[in-house]
Design a binder for this molecule. Structure first.
Ligand code: ATP
Ligand code: MG
Length: 567
């Protein structure tokens, strides 16, 4: 591709609309443009990378024996009513009516449509297992679309669904998809980790997320370097740490803490460590009021809370509700003398002695509170985020925390959808049974963004070869020199004959501009043809990562790149 004929609107400055690196760089590199919040157009350069991710995904899904289909974005309400999700799925489900007043939605996911397809077509256990997939547009009316392709409203997903006769079959399909995902992200050239994930309320049995490792990731992963245990923060078990402090219980005492509310401030004011404080958080859980006790230096994990109580909805109480329930403003709630709320606590609270809690009145705390001497706790659970140095639940080595971006998700659904929709087959005995299902997603467009978050520097993107929109960029430094242009043209043709995808910058621009653009768009190899060619017939070949630099004849350069592309 000749750059003078290409559509590559690069930007020098960071666009104001972008907060994260991948979003900034994709806009600056002329890969995407915003159409509306969370909705983007892919420009030619961006589309090339999107297609590369798609192609790797498609080849590996096909290799696993999965079959590609294409389902509609627009889905009728009836199917969603069958599973009850028409009412349960929140506002992320964009609903609308057609001209005949029929209800429809834009598909955020395709369990209903695929289950409907399969129940109509597959009758016998002999036709199983079956794995169907598609690479298609999804729409989720995300409450906070942000970070460009990372969390869009309209985005490209690969979603797959497995249908098996029994649990054993599902285990096999799940394992096959898990291994396929490992192959996919390895082929993409990304550093990633599969981690245990929460299965949520729909009664799933097992789930893993595939995380691209990047410091800028929104997700936290706890992993054990000794035994390989890895889980996202919602699943990482905090190993109980309630050794009883070797202290005498001291008498309870109320102290004045004027306008001192935050844990750190209270701790400083009273001269104790935050670990000697217990926070009391007020929540409405399935509509009922709860007080949740967490050690001052720990953080509540709402997903753990939801799972522990088997709750459907958990909402942090607003200031007015807190005031009503505790008779004190936010910041002074405590378990002592609290009535009308269910009090539960994180395991770590159990071992504390002589700790500080709010006194349920303005500007006051209790010191030397002790459980069970001073108040009751209904139940203890693992409710907190693990922290660096917490012990691995499997082997007791210290855990490490790293950041990641969720690019894929595999999930054992079981019979939730097939039962709700009456999707059955006949087993070997002629008995009707529901399909045992799994579902498997990859954020195709998010993977592009994640690749950039992981691979960039201050000058721009550094594409891993398999995802690069072009393998090489040929920079002709003096396009007015006809000899140089002729030699460039020859290299350009020779590269293409060897299947090297090359972008030829033959624009009448200063060398500085060409180098800047080449670095910004992150093409793995630059071939520079300029003075050195005029003098010694050599071109310079440089890797974008900066770890390779060669002086080559044009022929050597072509052969070198041809080998690189073959992998
Ligand atoms: P998240 O927790 O990030 O909201 P999710 O768990 O809702 O994602 P899944 O339903 O598991 O997502 O979807 C499968 C994959 O689709 C995810 O692993 C992610 O890579 C991608 N994905 C989900 N939501 C978005 C989005 N709004 N924009 C881009 N990609 C997305
Ligand atoms: Mg997910």
């Amino acid at each position: 591709m000749r750059l003078s004929r290409y559509f590559l609107p690069t930007l020098r400055e960071d666009p104001k609309e972008a907060e994260v690196i991948s979003h900034k760089l994709m806009l600056r590199a002329g890969m995407i443009r915003r159409v509306a919040s969370g909705i983007y157009t892919f420009l030619p350069l961006g589309l090339r990378t999107l297609r590369k991710v798609e192609q790797i995904v498609r080849e590996e899904m096909n290799r696993a024996g999965a079959l590609e289909v294409l389902m509609p974005l627009v889905q009728p309400a009836e199917l969603w009513q069958e599973t009850g999700r028409w009412d349960k799925f929140g506002k992320e489900l964009l609903r609308f009516k057609d001209r005949k007043d029929h209800d429809f939605c834009l598909g955020p996911t395709h369990e209903e449509v695929i289950t409907d397809l399969v129940r109509g077509e597959i009758r016998s256990y002999r036709q199983l297992p079956l794995i169907l997939y598609q690479i298609a547009t999804k729409f989720r009316d995300e409450i906070r679309p942000r970070f460009g392709l990372m969390r869009g409203r309209e985005f490209i997903m690969k979603d797959a669904y497995s249908f098996d006769a029994d649990e054993k079959g599902l285990d096999k399909s799940y394992q096959l998809m898990y291994e396929t995902y490992e192959r996919i992200f390895t082929r993409c050239g990304l550093r990633f980790k599969a981690v245990l994930a929460d299965t949520g309320a729909i009664g799933g049995k097992e789930s893993h997320e595939f995380m691209v490792l990047a410091e800028t990731g929104e997700d936290t992963i706890a992993s054990c370097p000794s035994c390989g245990y890895a889980a996202n923060l919602e699943m990482a078990e905090a190993v109980r740490d309630f050794q009883y402090a070797d202290e005498e219980e001291k008498p309870l005492e109320k102290v004045s803490t004027p306008d001192v509310k935050r844990v750190e401030d209270v701790a400083r004011f009273l001269g104790v460590s935050p670990a000697k404080l217990v926070k009391t958080l007020i929540y409405l859980i399935d509509g009922k009021p709860y007080a949740i006790l967490i050690r001052g230096d720990h953080e509540l994990n709402e997903v753990k809370l939801k799972r522990a109580l088997g709750a459907e909805s958990i909402v942090m109480a607003d200031a007015a509700t807190v005031a009503k329930l505790t008779s004190a403003p936010v910041g002074f709630a405590g378990p002592i003398g609290l009535s009308g709320l269910t009090i539960i606590a994180d395991n770590a609270v159990k071992g504390l002695k002589n700790f500080v809690v709010g006194a349920n009145e303005s500007d006051a705390h209790y010191v030397n509170a002790n459980y069970p001497r001073d108040f009751d706790i209904e139940a203890f659970y693992d409710l907190r985020n693990v922290t660096e140095g917490d012990l691995c639940p499997r082997c007791s080595s210290p855990l490490e925390l790293t950041k990641g971006i969720e690019v894929g998700h595999v999930f054992k659904l079981g019979t939730t959808y097939s039962e709700a929709m009456g999707a059955t087959f006949l087993d070997a005995e002629g008995k009707e049974r529901p399909f045992v299902m799994g579902c498997y997603g990859i954020g195709v467009s998010r993977t592009m963004a994640a690749a950039i978050e992981q691979n960039h520097d201050e000058n721009g993107i550094i594409w891993p070869m398999p995802l690069a929109p072009f393998h090489a960029i040929l920079l002709t430094l003096s396009p007015k020199d006809t000899k140089l242009m002729e030699a460039s043209e020859n290299i350009y043709q020779a590269l293409q004959e060897k299947q090297v995808e090359v972008l030829w910058d033959e624009r009448d621009e200063r060398p500085g501009v060409k180098f800047k653009d080449a670095d910004l768009i992150g093409i793995p190899y630059k071939i520079v043809i300029g003075k050195k060619f005029q003098k010694e017939g050599k071109v310079e070949l440089k890797s974008r990562r900066g770890d390779e630099e060669h002086s080559f004849t044009p022929e050597e350069a072509v052969n070198f790149l041809s080998e690189k592309v073959k992998g």
